[in-house]
Design a protein around this ligand. Sequence first.
Ligand code: SF4
Length: 361
Amino acid sequence: MLSKSAKEELKKQVYRVIGNHSAVKVCGWTKSMIRGLGGCYKLKFYGIQSHQCMQMTTSMSCANRCVFCWRGYKAPVSKEWEWEVDDPEMILEESEKAHHNLLVGFKGNKEANKAIYEKSKTVKHVALSLTGEPIIYPKINELIDLFHKKGISTFLVTNAQYPEQIRDLKPITQLYISLDAPTKELLKKIDLPLFKDYWERLNKSLECMAEKKGRTCIRLTIIKGINDNHLKEYAALLEKGDPDFIEVKAYMHIGESRERLKRENMPIHEEIVAFSKELVKELPEYDIVSEHIPSRVILLAKKKFKKQGKWHTWINFKKFHENNNLKTEDFLLPTPQTGLSGKGTKDLIRERRKEEIELQD
Ligand code: SF4
């Protein structure tokens, strides 16, 4: 699947390639949690324990070349599966091994919280989203079964170019669609899709998502000056997918996306708040639940998940593992922290500087 130079590039970026088509990389939030510096937004929104999360993909290849992606253009692209299919048991075993090996440096590291590091040795969540398009791995359902049997929850992100695979996917803990643009023209400009019928595929994928019984989420990546408009068109697509949750997230000016976009294209948190407030006016079934300022992301959820004045967006993992074919409302827990703080990116930078100064003192 990979050219020699692409493999070398991945190694430099601390990826570990597993077999023919999978890869693992430790998420920055997993490390942050082990250092006692806090978890990712999925901890705040859904209860994912970042230190027990393994970030990986089952296919490094993708059918798009999104301008905002941190991947370089050396990364493989293809429309169909073209590689030898690896065994799901091997992928699970080798991925866990590689993940733990990448974290072993925290053993005896003064920066690490020892108890949290010890807990990180047991993976409880897998985020199938690292790079490429994980859903096209032909044995994805077998692998998902193996994760669930081990008590590992599954988040999978797809770019909505493979509706049949979405339709055929077994129940997972949370299924994501990345909705990168509100119109056909903008989707072509932003995702540079390989498929000619990319727009039909996106729409069909949204219809397939709407049929799912379990937890679903649509993520918008907002690029300032490019796709931060067309609210009505976004709303129509979101209503088609009928997700339980919507994440409105700022594009981050990182990796190779810096070659294609400018720093000014990265919205600050306040701009994401303002966009979300306008968007929710077009979506009568949804409301704003929470925010995570470091990731510049806002969570919207269906109003029906607010019971007796309290939002319920966390996952009841125990119930999910007892029966993973439940409806979303059957495995919810209250969300501990909700609401908008009124703070923004600049406040966060100011607070960080203050903390750094205090630490130096
Ligand atoms: S859920 Fe995503 S962001 Fe959070 S720790 Fe896992 S890979 Fe990282």
